[in-house]
Design a protein around this ligand. Structure first.
Ligand code: AHR
Ligand code: AHR
Length: 479
């Protein structure tokens, strides 16, 4: 059985079922998600390998070979047609054209399920999906449940990495107009114990961990790589549950009355669906979503425990984030542009650009063009690049510009300085992809270094010569 077969057996059927990694019903053999490629804008659909099975990720690999791909649609498997697509502007605008949020890169969150490759939905700040015309989702004070499987190591403190029920207008229409899973370490509203990240409920104008709007010491900080997060609500009652999605059972972090502030009892749910954003299209948060559902009716703990067993049996595990020519940690490298075979990545103070370097260049310039490969500061599956002549300083991004800055020890710096190397798009060379913004790659544009996407709102995102501009040959360092 799949998770939604289990919910059906408890008379709390799925009314939305989203996953880019697997079928959530044992008989489901339809579309899981759609990707669009950068080379020609064509789309294709990814379905399970077998009814009830893992996504046929090889189709994506073939379709997207030698170009980039975005996830354009996450299909609803429940039959209600509650598909998720690029979120439109709301009270807040997104960074893409016409105020839409960005789409997720199709390769940002590789995993395996029982050894088979699949891809999750990697939400960078500014990325979001939504359905404001969903059908069958709870409204008013009606009962519902939901779970999501998330990356417990990918989060931030901005508003709001959510999955669940939100406003149909993409605006804040008041307390109790949302009921969604939240994951992260935002401390603006409620908190749990420790410093986070926590599973909380976004009920609009507040992230709630329990009865008190400020803190529930029973809601723990989580450190599992794969997290199962549960929120459910019915008249006068709601709960937060969670656990390790890769093994073991669920714990209940809160179960009881609605928060003791006005506006949340009764609830005024509206029945739209959001992923990666807040109800009003707040879009500063980040996180990774693998699968999730929303139900009609309040699922019993016993049914959810069976769903957790099903998730654990799917055997989520990590896999490599890199491909192409291998890098060894501790080695000193040079990084040469492929379009002009004399230009290398160099820093001048904090500026990172390309300059011509030859054997007759000065020793200081050669050292400015040499980089020590370090284990990725934010993810050990990727890399960070430390300057040879300025120890302790790394190539990092800021507003999508690459800079050389001293490591300040913050989580933001670690993320801004972490890059995954991949096989080149058009020859035997390397791409250097941002871990935290996986649509973005090291690109030289007017000889300045950017992290650019293949098409987008910035001039340096232009699709013209993208494949050449993001292709690099990594060689032995000069010094
Ligand atoms: O409830 C927290 C956030 O507050 C909601 O997601 C958003 O709509 C509002 O800004
Ligand atoms: O480069 C994009 C973002 O811009 C970085 O993550 C952040 O440091 C800056 O705000």
């Amino acid at each position: 059985a799949g998770p939604c077969d289990i919910y059906s057996s408890g008379n709390t059927p799925c009314v939305a079922a989203h996953s880019t990694t697997r079928a959530l019903y044992s008989a489901y053999f339809g579309a899981l998600y759609q990707v669009k490629r950068g080379s020609d804008g064509a789309t294709t659909t990814i379905a399970p390998l077998l009814p009830g099975g893992v996504a046929n990720a090889a189709i994506q690999d073939i379709f997207c070979a030698n170009t980039t791909c975005l996830i354009t649609i996450i299909y609803d498997q429940s039959g209600h047609g509650n598909h998720l697509t690029q979120a439109p502007p709301g009270a807040f605008s997104g960074p893409d054209s016409n105020g839409y949020d960005n789409l997720a890169d199709a390769f940002g969150a590789p995993v395996t399920l029982d050894g088979q490759k699949a891809y999750g939905v990697f939400i960078s700040p500014g990325t979001g999906y939504r359905n404001n015309a969903a059908t069958g989702i709870a409204t008013g004070d009606a009962a519902e449940g939901m779970y999501a499987v998330l990356d417990g190591t990918h989060y931030n403190d901005a508003c709001c990495f959510d999955y669940g029920n939100a406003e149909t207008s993409s605006t804040d229409t008041g307390n109790g107009h949302m009921e969604a899973i939240y994951f992260g370490d935002c401390t603006v509203w409620g908190t749990g114990s420790g410093s986070g990240p926590w599973i909380m409920a976004d009920l609009e104008n507040g992230l709630f961990s329990g009865l008190s709007p400020s803190n529930n010491a029973g809601d723990p900080s989580l450190s599992h790589r794969f997290v199962t997060a549960i929120v459910k609500g019915e008249p006068d009652q709601w709960a937060i549950r969670g656990g390790n999605a890769a093994s073991g059972s669920l714990s209940t972090y809160y179960s009881g009355l609605r928060p003791n502030v006005s506006g949340y009892n009764p609830m005024s749910k509206e029945g739209a669906i959001i992923l990666g954003i807040g109800g009003d299209n707040s879009n500063g948060a980040q996180g990774t979503f693998y699968e999730g559902v929303m139900t009609s009716g309040y699922p019993s703990d016993a049914i959810e425990n069976l769903v957790q067993a099903n998730i654990a049996a799917a055997k989520y595990a990590t896999t490599s984030y890199t491909s192409g020519p291998a890098l060894s940690v501790g080695s000193t490298i040079s990084i040469r542009a492929t379009a002009d075979t004399t230009r290398y990545i160099v820093h001048n103070g904090s500026t990172v650009n390309t300059q011509s370097i030859s054997s007759s260049s000065t020793r200081p310039l050669k050292r400015q063009a040499s980089w020590i490969v370090r284990t990725g500061l934010a993810n050990s599956a990727c890399f960070s690049f430390e300057s040879v002549d300025t120890p302790g300083s790394f190539i990092r991004q800021s507003n999508f510009e690459l800079l050389l800055n001293a490591n300040d020890g913050t989580k933001q710096f670690y993320e801004d300085a972490t890059y995954c190397t991949l096989a080149g798009l058009n020859r035997e060379d390397n791409l250097i992809r941002s871990w935290s913004y996986p649509t973005r790659y090291f690109r030289h544009y007017d000889n300045l270094l950017r992290v650019a996407s293949n098409g987008g709102v910035h001039t340096f995102d232009t699709t013209a010569s993208f494949n050449d501009d993001v292709s690099w040959v990594i060689g032995i360092g000069f010094a």
